[in-house]
Design a protein around this ligand. Structure first.
Ligand code: ADP
Ligand code: MG
Length: 426
């Protein structure tokens, strides 16, 4: 996929409306509001430095949280401006509005190399409705849009699609990094291509799994997602977490995730990539490979007893009152061997209840195996990235995709409105 890049055009001296990805939660520490995580701010430094090197005036735009069109003191962009200022080593002035005469006056008097952070666009109802008058007001704040809001790329909002209707728009370096890496693995992955799927719920990932089913060579499943697949194979999981049947009475929709998992597994793929992968345990691999052993405990929170169910696939018992909370040691080894044979690996969702260190080992082993891969390694999802940041070396991965919903939608093969508007190949 080819994008219109900020580097394809002479941006020198322009007033840039910089659509940032700064929808970042804040927390209160000693009476001050600070960001819970600065990864998205750090991710934008290369683009901002590029703009500064080209003597631009930089007007930063974002929405934060869900204030429903009203001012919310806890959702101002002040902590975002402060964090950026510290990381960039330059002042970032915060304005308490995102449109209006005071904003346009301020911007008109800025010098090149200066930065300003506008207020949360979701303080206006026009934002989420992509109201065209509001979009025009926002567009008055710059001559061009440089777009790095990848986590917002699936939204039809004034600060996303609206501003790009009214100004020439270019993809920033962070946006390009995300889109190129993610679209690369679905358009043209180097094989073998392994997908690791875990986390609590199947419903969050089902579209991504479906789209990847014919693209990837093998799926290694863990966590709550594995419980659903194991149940679909007829296994008994004791009291383990298994996502409920989804019922929408108004729409008359009912989705039983176990039935769904069975349907996906039954859809035998013509691809045989996984059959050429080897393992020292000589297990007959499946395209959707479920755990071979499980780590179980007698409670989800603060269990007093933890043990491994060895040969779970054979003995088929997690007793009542017990919970599967991580993949076992044999599975860690099996999955690790497959990952190390791969040339492309995408991972979303922890292999267990990783918040408790006793159930983090499966996820840690996945991260370590990915670090050894000679190829493309991509991680998506907040909890998965947290594991990698806590226990592994983030620099050893091709991409830690910081977008959550937008990451999974792109992987699911959907057209993201902002991506479509920045494409250069159609
Ligand atoms: P991500 O944020 O990376 O997309 P998810 O939000 O889908 O990941 O899943 C992470 C959550 O799944 C964690 O809170 C973890 O505790 C939970 N989880 C993983 N495995 C299990 C399990 N076997 N039982 C209960 N919860 C689990
Ligand atoms: Mg999560």
């Amino acid at each position: 996929m080819k994008l219109r890049s900020v580097q394809d055009f002479d941006i020198t001296g322009k007033t840039v409306l910089y659509r940032s990805p700064y929808d970042i939660n804040v927390k209160e520490v000693n009476g001050d509001l600070i960001l819970v995580d600065d990864s998205r701010i750090k991710a934008t430094l290369p683009t901002l430095k590029y703009l500064l090197d080209h003597h631009c005036k930089i007007v930063i735009l974002t929405y934060v949280g869900r204030p429903d069109g009203k001012v919310d003191e806890l959702l101002r962009t002040i902590p975002h401006a402060q964090c950026l200022s510290e990381l960039l080593g330059k002042p970032v002035i915060h304005l308490s509005e995102c449109i209006g005469n005071r904003v346009t006056d301020y911007i008109a008097h800025m010098n090149s190399g200066e930065l300003v952070m506008l207020e949360n666009t979701r303080f206006h109802v026009g934002e989420i409705e992509d109201d065209d008058n509001f979009a025009q007001e926002l567009a008055k704040n710059g001559e061009v849009v440089v777009f790095d809001g990848f986590p917002q790329a699936h939204r039809v909002h004034a600060s996303v699609t609206g501003i790009m209707r009214h100004l020439p728009s270019y993809a920033g370096l962070y946006f390009q990094k995300e889109v190129n890496a993610l679209s690369g693995i679905i358009e043209n992955p180097v094989r073998p291509f392994t997908v690791i799927i875990g986390g609590a719920k199947v419903s969050d990932k089902i579209e991504a799994i479906e789209n990847l089913y014919d693209i990837a060579d093998i799926f290694l499943v863990g966590g709550g997602v594995a419980n659903v697949f194991l149940k679909s194979e007829g296994k008994h999981l004791g009291s383990s977490y298994i996502e409920d049947v989804y019922v929408d009475e108004k729409k008359g929709v009912k989705k039983d995730w176990v039935e769904y998992a069975k349907m996906i597994k039954d859809k035998q793929s013509s691809q045989t990539g996984y059959r050429s992968m080897t393992n020292s345990m000589q297990i007959n691999l499946q395209k959707i490979q479920t755990p071979y052993d499980l780590l179980i405990a007698n409670a989800i929170d603060k269990p007093s007893e933890v043990k491994t169910v060895i040969d779970y696939q054979v003995t088929d018992v997690v007793p009542e009152g017990w919970f599967a909370l991580d993949i076992g040691i044999q599975t860690q080894k099996l999955y690790g061997e497959i990952i190390r044979q791969s040339k492309t690996v995408f991972w979303n969702g922890p292999m267990g209840k990783n918040e408790d260190p006793r159930f983090a080992e499966g996820s840690i082993k996945m991260a370590k195996a990915m670090e050894d891969v000679d190829g493309t390694t991509i991680i998506g999802g907040g909890n998965t990235i947290a594991v990698v940041q806590q226990y592994a070396s983030p620099d050893k991965f091709t991409l830690l995709s910081l977008a959550g919903g937008a990451t999974l939608e792109l992987i699911a093969g959907k057209k993201l409105p902002a991506v479509e508007m920045l494409r250069d190949d159609n």
